[in-house]
Each structure stands twice: as structure tokens, then as C-alpha cells.
Write a protein that binds this ligand. Sequence first.
Ligand SMILES: Cc1cc2nc3c(=O)[nH]c(=O)nc-3n(C[C@H](O)[C@H](O)[C@H](O)COP(=O)(O)OP(=O)(O)OC[C@H]3O[C@@H](n4cnc5c(N)ncnc54)[C@H](O)[C@@H]3O)c2cc1C
Length: 418
Amino acid sequence: MKVAILGAGIIGTTTAWRLAEAGHEVTVIDSAPEVAQGASYANAGMIAPGHAYPWASPEALRTLGQSLLGRGGRLRITAPVDRELLRWGTLFVRECSPARARRNALVKLRLCEYSASLLHRWSEAAGIEYAAQRAGGLYLYRTTAGLRAAYAHSELFRAAGRNQVMLDAVQLRKHEPLLDSPPGREYVGAIFDPEDSSGDCAWFAAQVKALAEVHGAEFMLGRTVVSLIGRNRRVTAVRLGDRDLEADVFVLALGAGSARVARSIGERVAIYPVKGYVATFPLRSGAPTPSVAAVDQDELIAWSIRGDRLRMATGAEFAGRSTALSPGAVEPLLDLGRRLFPDLADYGRGEFRVGMRPMTPDSVPVIGRARRHENLILNTGHGHMGWTMACGSAELVCDLLAARRTALPLASFAPRWR
Ligand SMILES: Cc1cc2nc3c(=O)[nH]c(=O)nc-3n(C[C@H](O)[C@H](O)[C@H](O)COP(=O)(O)OP(=O)(O)OC[C@H]3O[C@@H](n4cnc5c(N)ncnc54)[C@H](O)[C@@H]3O)c2cc1C
């Protein structure tokens, strides 16, 4: 089949590779000059099923209220509350009940676990290097009450088979000796998930692109998707400004750009771009490096080592379509890096980028056939965990097109919200 994949982030490129390998004639379109230049470049790099909790939860309601009052810390609403944000926010609030939060967490956990196992299997089989760090994930707390609450919360994932443990301050420093410094001792402990890992998402995507090309995939980069064109419940072509490209099947994987293009043909996906910030610092030669990817749960800052660089990420800003680097946004990353690991990196030579998370109200991606157009497949809305979920999502799409039984029920990811 002739398949047009819209979007060359981690979701689009991974899907392109699987479909090209399965024998489809694949064309990938993206406005950026290279693959994985959007959120798939600007992320913390964690492959973290153990952290698959959705953002919508009973506690999130309180954080949201504080943000609306301008006291949201790392979660900020800076865009005017227009119809799009209001609709998304209303749907988000609906997902905050304990029952919905629990259901969404388990759906995400299964996809994350499936995806991480494929990522590890495929990268070993195809020899894909991605600066993998496979020593687990640490979720750090500064208060005993916070740590205990997190451990109680993790019961959901432990009951679902996740082998998570609570570390006290002494055990934590054994796992991560670099935290045995006065600032590191601020952490009273951590939740440790030994199966979480980290790696360079954009590097992985670049290699997957090359593998897809070996199977004949064509990448049309630097080309903007203007709209979709349809007739009789089918998409017939994608409009690229100067020309229309026809195909048998269209896969929508435009990340935060998906909702606008879907709307051009009357399909609705509730995806709001949530801005985050990343910093990459070159490591100083010979400096001991953190061995485990980690998240400071109070500061909401994540970090991982990728080869000879330290990557840090933070921020959740509802800023509309603005991709500007807000003044002061990366200061918390510099502050924490300098305090925790003063000798690790050259903080004066940081590279700073913005990423737009394609967030759905329930933090569960949308994977499956569009409601009104049977040959339009959605693979989008991976929010804050698209690197973790990419391989599994690609395989679900591949199985869907092959009319094979999928490893996870597609009903859990089907287009929802009218
Ligand atoms: C700060 C931050 C930290 C994160 N940390 C993690 C993490 O630790 N672990 C994890 O699993 N996930 C993490 N994520 C989430 C993850 O990065 C995203 O979920 C994932 O990258 C989404 O991939 P995507 O391919 O859907 O989107 P993108 O990578 O954004 O790709 C979408 C592509 O579509 C293109 N595009 C959009 N509109 C158009 C158009 N009209 N025409 C042509 N091209 C278009 C863009 O150029 C882009 O290349 C993080 C995200 C952020 C922002």
C-alpha cells in the first residue's frame, strides 16, 4: 500500500520504519529540515514505564487551581484562556476522578511496557545506538511525607507487576553516590524502578530514518502539511502548498501540530501543546557521571546522561502556539545542575531548546482509525511520554494495517472526545 506519514518526530519515523519494513511504499512529510527536531529532540530522554502516571488526577486539580491563580510553580498557564484551552481544560478536569486516573495509568503502563520491550529488542537486533543508560529510574523526594505518599501511590503499579522499591537516604546514596553531597542530601529518599532507562530519542530517530530508507521510504523534509483533502469518508490527498500528494493510507503523527491538520477535514483530536524546556551541557572530561536517570519530584526536573552530555528538562507551560524560550525558564535547570553536580558539566556552554508536548486530556495517546475517514490513521497525542511509547505505538499501527491482532486492545486508544 502507498502510505503517507505526516510528521517525522519519533512517532512518525518509527512508524515509517515498521511500515516500510513490512513492504509498504512509505513517504514521510515534515516541515523541519531533519527528523526529530520538535518534542522528539527536546525531551529528558527517559524511557520510563514506571513513571506512566497520567497528568490528570485528583491532586492535579489543586495544582491547576494554583496555576490559574498564578502560583503554579513549574506548571504555568500563560496563554489567554480561549475556546481551545477551555475545551481541553474541561475534558482534563473530567479525567481527574480517582477511577479515571487509575484506568488511564494502567492503560499507559501497558503501552509503555510493551513499547520499552520493543525498543530494547529492536535496537539490539538492528544495532541502533542511542546512548542508552539502562540502570533504572530514580524518583527523588525532599520530604518524608512526599516519599511515603509516592510509595503508597506506586501500589497501583506494583500490583500490576512493576518491581518498584522505596529507598531511604542511605540506600539512595548507594545507588547514586553523586548525591552524597550537601545538596544531594536534601533528598530524603526515592522510589526506584530498576527497569526504567534513558537514551537519546533524536539520535534513535535519525538511525530509524536510515533503516526506513533502506526499505525504500522517502522523507520529504522541509515541506509543510497545509491540510487534508477528502471524499466519501476517505482522505484522498495531503495538501503541501505547491502540490497534493495522494496515497492509499495517511498516518497523522504531527505531534502538537496534529489537531489543526485533523480539523481541516472535520476530525477532532483534543491535543493541546504543553511547552517544556531542555538544557544540554557538555560533560567535563574525567568527571564521575550520575549512573541513573532521575526526576526531582519536588522541582519537577528530570536529568539523564547521554554519551558526553548532561540533559536536563523541566516546565509545563500552557502558552498556546508560542515556542519562545521564556525569560528565566531555564534558570531552574542551571541552578539545580550547578548545585547537585558542580564538577560534572560545563554549565557556561549549555544549549537550550523548547519542546511542545502533544497532550491529550487523559495523557493516553490516540491510536487508531479516524472517526469519519477510514483510511486516516491517528498516531498522536503522546504527551509527556512519546519517546517511551513510540515503538509500541508504531507496532500497533503496523498490526492495524495488516489486519493482525494487536498486542494491546486498540479500543483503549481509539479517537475519543467529539
Ligand atoms: C521538556 C520535555 C521533556 C520530555 N521528556 C520525556 C521523557 O523523558 N520521556 C518520554 O518518553 N517523553 C518525554 N517527552 C515527550 C516526548 O518528547 C513527546 O511525547 C514525543 O517527542 C512526541 O513525538 P511526536 O513525534 O508525536 O512529536 P514531535 O517530535 O513534536 O514531532 C511532530 C513533527 O511534526 C512536524 N509538524 C507539525 N506540524 C506540521 C505541519 N503542519 N506540516 C509538517 N510538519 C509538521 C514537526 O516539525 C515535528 O517534527 C518530553 C517532552 C518535553 C517537551
